[in-house]
Design a protein around this ligand. Sequence first.
Ligand code: CP3
Length: 352
Amino acid sequence: MTVPKTEKKTDQPLFLRALAGEATPQVPFWLMRQAGRYLPEYRALRAEAGSFLDLCYNPPMAAEVTLQPIRRFDMDAAIVFSDILVVPQAMGQPLRFAEGEGPRLDPVQDKDALARLSPDNIDATLAPVYETLSRVRGELAADKALIGFAGAPWTVACYMVDGRGGAFPQARRLAVQEPEFFAQLIDRVTQATTHYLLRQIDAGADALQLFDSWAGLVPADLFHAYVTAPAKKIADAIQARHADFPLIGFPRGAGERLGDYVAATGLRAIGVDQNTDIARARQAVGPSVTLQGNLSPETLLAGGDALVRETTAILDAMRGQPFVFNLGHGVIKETPPEHVAQLARIIKEYRA
Ligand code: CP3
């Protein structure tokens, strides 16, 4: 039976309609890091699991944590609970999360260390993430979408080389001084990431986000080689298997280069950080690309009048255009859950 196009379109989750380029009558929303330590129900399950990574690799628990914010705030999309650093771990690079200190990896800074990593059998480690996706998709209402994700190669390589978060001095230096080593590293991560994202689609992801959280730190003349070219390679491989699959690029800190990023990658949906004016981002990417963003996480933390004012300003600026409401970066762990509830109310009551 053939379903008329318009009918089929409105049956879809609001979030997927927006990603397909529709200016939806209501604005869909989700928040980066919507599952996490600001929620007491997350902290309880996290304590039960033991460590953060134990939680990531426990499908029933990870599925529960993924669904917690949806139950509380009725977001339009759930994002699978995991981390971008499970990919280097699956390639064989030891990873730990020291309590209160963030991630630590054994640094990869030369070709020998790189040769010890294998991008070919990552599923052995990542199978629980696929299982989490299947479980969540099974429990999620039909009008909600499920987002899979990965870190973009540049951002993942930053952590792999320096072994920890910060300003990534070693990664930035080696990108310039050891171009051959660095290009090989980026290639390996690109290969593993492509495979990982395709498997997430098989497991039930309705959309994918590629987090390039540190795109703003790449040496300027290497932006194309290490930010846009890998993103295009990944996007092309996904589109070759799944035509028009919704894929969001998030080149945080790209600033003036946002237009170049869209032109060079061909991506149709872009996450915007809070340091970019969203109306200017719209001018840079044109009318048909879906924008996602960009409330400051600090404004959500603060709540009150500023939250109402800034949320409304973003909604007004994106009125009548393809748009998904989000933060410009992840929820801060001290954020009162009531502020997230207030944000959800403002967005739901707004008529685009
Ligand atoms: O709700 C969601 O958004 C899904 C889960 C998710 C996590 N990390 C859970 C997490 C997602 C999408 C990520 C992505 C991620 N992880 C990024 C890209 C986005 C960004 O924030 O820039 C990065 C750079 C990482 C790496 C990472 N993971 C760091 C630097 C840290 C430590 C900082 C911190 O907040 O503790 C993590 C840990 C992490 N990832 C936590 C969560 C919920 C906190 C772990 C805990 O419970 O102690």
